[in-house]
Ligand binder design. Structure first.
Ligand SMILES: [Zn+2]
Ligand SMILES: [Zn+2]
Length: 435
């Protein structure tokens, strides 16, 4: 009997955390993330006695952000890989620095986390305890991302993490070949109700529109997540031989430099190096004001326009009918990015940006704005194909737990799967299952 406790990331995207426990009470934590809204930002509390391992699927903050809490007064092996640890460290440091939320941990716990980390190679079986093993498998979501196969008391459980089985430019997609027969699956559901547009056409349209704007004297701001999406956008420009000026700022710049040290995690490191060579990195406010009207492309976080250097740039782009803002990631409701897309208005408030002034903006956009769905999650069809491609043990219940998606995405995926003879549920936070 294996016990699975869902501590967060249930019917929501944020604070992903799943605790797996053997019949002898040995525990392994899969991810420990945070969410940025509401009162409860951390995974729900549970008894962590006998926690023998913590394993990370990937560095995104909704999976890694709360990890330091687990190192307040505990010494547990943290299984990850080098690129995920380095990226998570950058993101967690940034989160502690810019957030006004009172975190009950700091840089010290982050150091403890690092001191306890062990790097696992994909497809290498790691023993946690007797009859308790984990294996990392490529997940195709961002550089370093993995799915985690657990073998507990002779039961095999696959935790997908965030996965992508579709072609992108930055990394190779996930591959389900050689995954052994499983007893249960814990799967993300982010895009279980949505189909992504054909990638090739979308990329072409994206670059054509950019060329059109910059050839006519405008600038294009691409607010993008610093991890993976910014670099993906850059590679698309490179692929279609965009020869205008390209600037990269903020976390996007830091992460791009980091990726250069991990050539094996990048699909085409030559193309990536070439693209970066042509890119001008920006870090100083003085340079920022110079390039604002440079007829170039500016790639800068944050992806939903909630902060970051993108806020500096957008103020000169918005009033200019010749310029454009092209969003390249999903825009959560209530974010400035979503309001811009839905209403053509940019609203932004921040009192902490600079000690001497606060920002309170409400601007009608005169520039062009659009959304390009360059997702790094499998969409509806590909999620179903992924699940169908997995083999379940003949005597298993075919348990599938649908997590990491809003209420509708997780519950709809679970009911679709029930129709296809899976024993599927969308657990709620705090629920415990036994398989
Ligand atoms: Zn992710
Ligand atoms: Zn996620």
């Amino acid at each position: 009997m294996v016990t699975i406790s869902f501590l967060g990331g249930c019917r929501e995207v944020g604070r992903s955390a799943v605790l797996v426990e053997s019949k002898n009470g040995i525990k392994c934590m899969l991810d420990y993330g945070i969410r940025f809204r509401g009162e409860e930002r951390f995974p729900t509390n549970t008894n962590l006695e006998n926690l023998k391992a913590i394993a990370l699927s990937h560095s995104h903050i909704d999976h890694s952000g709360a990890l330091p809490i687990l190192y307040k007064n505990r010494k547990v092996p943290f299984f990850t890989n080098s690129i995920s640890l380095m990226t998570a460290e950058i993101l967690i440091r940034d989160m502690i620095k810019i957030s006004n939320y009172p975190f009950n941990f700091g840089y010290r716990e982050l150091e403890y986390l690092k001191e306890n980390s062990y790097f696992l190679l994909n497809k290498t079986r790691q023993k946690i305890s007797d009859n308790f093993y984990i294996t990392f498998l490529d997940a195709g979501h961002i550089p370093g991302s993995v799915s985690i196969l657990l073998e507990v008391d002779h039961k095999k459980i696959l935790y997908s993490g965030d996965i992508n089985t579709q072609i992108t430019n930055l990394i190779f997609p996930a591959n389900t070949a050689n995954i052994p027969e499983i007893d249960a699956l814990i799967i993300e559901s982010t895009y279980s109700l949505k189909e992504h547009p054909p990638r090739d056409q979308l990329e072409k349209k994206f670059v054509e529109k950019i060329i059109d704007i910059t050839d006519n004297g405008g600038s294009v701001l691409i607010p993008a997540f610093g991890v993976a999406r910014s670099q993906e956008a850059l590679l698309i420009l490179e692929k279609y031989n965009y020869n205008g000026k390209v600037f990269m700022d903020g976390l996007a710049r830091k992460i791009a430099k980091l990726y250069l040290s991990y050539p094996d995690s990048i699909k085409n490191i030559k193309a990536f190096r070439k693209a970066l060579k042509k890119t001008q990195f920006v870090s100083k406010p003085k340079t920022r004001s110079k390039i604002k009207n440079s007829n170039g492309v500016i790639i800068s976080p944050s992806g939903m326009l909630k902060g970051g250097p993108a806020i500096d740039y957008i103020q000169s782009i918005l009033p200019d009918p010749l310029s454009a803002v092209y969003l390249v990631g999903y825009q959560v409701e209530g974010t400035p990015g979503r309001t811009l897309l839905d209403e053509g208005i940019f609203e932004f408030k921040d009192s902490r940006r600079n000690k001497n002034y606060s920002l309170d903006l409400r601007v009608n956009a005169k520039c062009t704005y659009d959304y390009f769905d360059f997702s790094s999650h499998s969409d509806k069809i590909h999620l179903h194909n992924y699940i169908e491609s997995l083999n379940f043990q003949r005597n298993s219940n075919k348990d599938v737990f649908c997590i990491h998606g809003d209420n509708k995405s997780t519950t709809s995926l679970a009911s679709e799967l029930v129709k296809n003879d899976y024993n599927s549920v969308a657990p709620e936070t705090g629920e415990i299952y036994q398989i």
